[in-house]
Design a protein around this ligand. Structure first.
Ligand SMILES: Cc1cc2nc3c(=O)[nH]c(=O)nc-3n(C[C@H](O)[C@H](O)[C@H](O)COP(=O)(O)OP(=O)(O)OC[C@H]3O[C@@H](n4cnc5c(N)ncnc54)[C@H](O)[C@@H]3O)c2cc1C
Length: 350
């Protein structure tokens, strides 16, 4: 398409009003550039450079206009169905995500309802409440960071949606009197009077948890090279599962931030993979930051990285929005890693 025909085609479209698209554009442009790159790579002939900034420039009822900061024209990516009273941008975006991932052979979000039955609950460490659940048979056993978006309110409740993501800390098959079943742990950070903590603490045996979305965390890049893992309470379940399944011959550098120093045991109590168990003193190498109201998380993490002579080749981390966004910028500038090797996620907002 020439610049003139594209400009003409676009001039016939009406952008959605800011009230409908503004929040979506800000969120996707800040947090999901990797997915926009996937759209360009799956649906166009173009390729995006590692250092290119990719942005949703405009949202129309029938698609997204995405620009990458090379010389090419912005790319129009069509939705499956136009946005109207019954079709949301979110649903169309997820549809694009699923078809792009399928085309590129990657895993992606799935919108499906899943039910988990509580067997019992216990604390895995001082502030991490563990729900042991019976899970659907096809629950992934070996994907660290596989998460579900849980409904906090019952299906009968008419209140607006209240949902939180929680990660499958571990899942396994076990033979019982009713044959083989799939069991799993879901670990919830309990901190004061919050929706997620209250929901988990109210759970009793035989209660049913309902999730509406599966979310496979991006961890494939950690299979090789010197990795750095950065987590707090909300992302410790992913890191613990990674350490239990670690096959990469190089041990990762781990930085853990917790509010209560006692929660360090959540990681040091996990059973290391055979590969990692060969690295003597691995648990002692975990760098632990105890957070107080005065702690500058971003700076403390950078200080640890700068004081360490090893060359970091891959990063996976998840923290609060402020620290994650700040670190992503800093690490991008200092480590110079390709986009797919620097994954720094927002798991909660202050
Ligand atoms: C993909 C994904 C997977 C996740 N997996 C897990 C998991 O396995 N376990 C888990 O516990 N959480 C997990 N989270 C985070 C979880 O979804 C909640 O956002 C988080 O637990 C806070 O929810 P809340 O209801 O407890 O607190 P909110 O009601 O969201 O927040 C209440 C207050 O607590 C503060 N707050 C929230 N988290 C923290 C924290 N870590 N440290 C200090 N203050 C905090 C907030 O600033 C806010 O002021 C995951 C998030 C994502 C996106």
């Amino acid at each position: 398409m020439t610049a003139t025909t594209q400009a003409f085609e676009l001039s016939k479209k009406t952008p959605l009003p800011m009230a409908v698209k503004g929040k979506f554009m800000n969120h996707v442009n800040e947090e999901h550039q990797d997915e926009l790159v996937m759209f360009i790579e799956a649906f166009t002939e173009a390729r995006v450079g590692d250092n290119d900034t990719v942005l949703v420039q405009e949202v129309f009822a029938d698609g997204l206009l995405i620009s990458a900061d090379d010389d090419s024209l912005p790319h129009f990516i069509a939705f499956k169905d136009p946005i109207d009273e019954s079709t949301t941008i979110k649903s169309q975006y997820i549809h694009l995500l699923q078809s792009a991932a399928k085309k590129l052979g990657k895993l992606s979000i799935k919108l499906q309802q899943r039910r988990f039955t509580v067997i019992d609950r216990d604390f895995a460490s001082a502030n991490m409440l563990r729900l042991k659940v019976r899970a659907p048979k096809d629950t992934p056993l070996n994907h660290a960071g596989f998460a579900y978006l849980f409904n906090m309110l019952s299906e009968e409740d008419d209140s607006p949606k209240l949902q939180r993501y929680y990660t499958l800390r571990k899942a396994w098959h076990e033979k019982g009197s009713e044959g083989e079943q799939t069991l799993a742990w879901i670990d919830v950070f309990v901190h004061g009077d919050t929706a997620g903590g209250n929901w988990a603490q109210a759970m009793r045996a035989d209660d049913v948890l309902t999730s509406v979305r599966d979310y496979p965390e991006k961890i494939a890049h950690l299979a090789q090279g010197q990795c750095l893992l950065i987590c707090d309470e909300t992302s410790m379940p992913t890191v613990a599962n990674l350490l239990e399944q670690w096959q990469n011959p190089i041990a990762p550098m781990v930085i853990l931030v917790t509010n209560d120093p006692k929660d360090l045991s959540y990681l040091t109590d996990c059973t290391l993979s055979k590969t990692l168990a060969n690295h003597e003193g691995f648990f002692n190498s975990i760098q632990h930051i105890t957070k107080t109201s005065k702690t500058d998380i971003q700076q403390e993490i950078l200080n640890i990285i700068q004081a360490n002579p090893i060359r970091i080749e891959k990063v996976w981390g998840a923290l609060d929005a402020k620290a994650a966004k700040g670190l992503r910028q800093e690490l991008k500038a200092t480590l110079q890693l390709p986009r797919q090797d620097l994954i720094m996620k927002v798991y909660w907002r202050g």
